[in-house]
Ligand binder design. Structure first.
Ligand SMILES: [Fe+2]
Length: 66
């Protein structure tokens, strides 16, 4: 599973600005803490956190295209 997270982070590093990438890693950390605290699925929380801003830097045209 860790390989999947590494791959997602590698792709995010290319897609997002450095600031947005660092923000995303912070959200992932919070998601891990909260899922542990409330007994939720950590992997689902991590994936949701990592992908939550995936389209933030795309233009409207790029979003429509995808
Ligand atoms: Fe965000």
């Amino acid at each position: 599973m860790e390989l999947i997270f590494d791959r997602i982070k590698k792709d995010l590093k290319h897609l997002l600005s450095e600031k947005r990438y660092q923000h995303t890693l912070g959200v992932e950390k919070s998601a891990i803490m909260l899922s542990e605290k409330y007994g939720e699925n950590i992997n689902k929380a991590r994936i949701s956190a990592l992908l939550h801003d995936i389209a933030k830097q795309l233009s409207h045209d790029e979003i429509k295209e995808k």
